[in-house]
Design a protein around this ligand. Structure first.
Ligand code: TA6
Length: 258
């Protein structure tokens, strides 16, 4: 229930799609280091309020459990009222997770205020498992502008067909709605990340020194993970008019790498 957190997703007999740190604390009120943290209602630091919103460590309510005839199963969670939410106009946030041979995630936010707009950021901060960070590539972001967090948020444009990682990477790609792939030749697979209702993609690997600074992350674990995150952040934040609803959807699957 904590954060309505998907801690792992794995197809029978295969390497998990998602990565979970051996050092994650699973402590009440603390974020979980791995799997799929739900980032809402803000992304990044907010003065006096901490990183990445409160949805990721609140206890969500389980509202529905629905097996379907095709063998898939859906669960629906709702973010309960909490003191942190009172700083925003009244809203509801539902999270629907559908498990089949793929994983589908939907974050559905409604502005319940009669007269006030609701502005927020959202993101599925997914940690993916990889064989070796130096051997993989991230495909689908060529030509997209990004804010480079490791260069003080300098605005840059991605020039590579395939992004290779050989140092700390923390990039907020903006105005990009397309799918992304993680190619992993050593595992012989590509992870496909499809999305709807998302204009931002974030790519993060902490590399050596940032890994050492995180108490809930192993010093060498950066070698086996990459975050590729779908959402709406920074200038892509969402403003919902009274009574309106927005849905962030992502579908995660994997295929053999041909
Ligand atoms: O999405 C990338 C990022 O914002 C990085 O800057 C990095 O610090 C990371 O998220 C993890 O944040 P956390 O609050 O979970 O330590």
């Amino acid at each position: 229930m904590q954060g309505a957190h998907v801690t792992t997703f794995r197809k029978h007999g295969e390497t998990p799609l998602t990565f979970m740190s051996q050092c994650s604390r699973f402590t009440s009120g603390q974020p979980i280091r791995g799997g799929i943290p739900v980032i809402f209602p803000w992304f990044g630091m907010r003065e006096g309020l901490g990183n990445h919103g409160f949805a990721r460590f609140k206890d969500w309510e389980l509202k529905e459990f629905a097996p379907a005839p095709d063998g898939s199963v859906s669960v629906r969670f709702r973010l309960p009222d909490c003191p942190e939410a009172s700083a925003f106009p009244p809203f509801t946030a539902d999270y629907v997770i559908t498990v089949s041979d793929a994983l589908m995630l939907q974050l559905i936010v409604s502005n319940q205020s009669p007269d006030e707009p609701f502005t927020f950021e959202n993101c599925f901060h997914t940690y993916f498992e990889v064989s070796d960070i130096t051997a993989i590539s991230v495909v689908g972001l060529k030509g997209v502008s990004y804010l480079d967090k490791v260069a003080n948020f300098a605005q840059k444009t991605e020039t590579n067909d395939a992004i290779r990682i050989s140092s700390e990477v923390d990039r907020i790609f903006l105005n990009t709605a397309g799918p992304i792939e993680i190619h992993d030749p050593r595992l012989g697979r590509k992870i496909l990340i499809e999305k709807q209702g998302s204009n931002s993609t974030i790519v993060w690997n902490p590399w050596v020194s940032r890994s050492q600074q995180m108490q809930d992350f192993g010093n060498d674990e950066y070698l086996r993970m990459i975050c590729v995150e779908c959402g709406n952040v920074s200038s892509n934040e969402i403003t919902l008019q009274p009574g309106r609803t927005s849905t962030l959807t992502t579908r995660l699957s994997c295929l053999p790498l041909s």
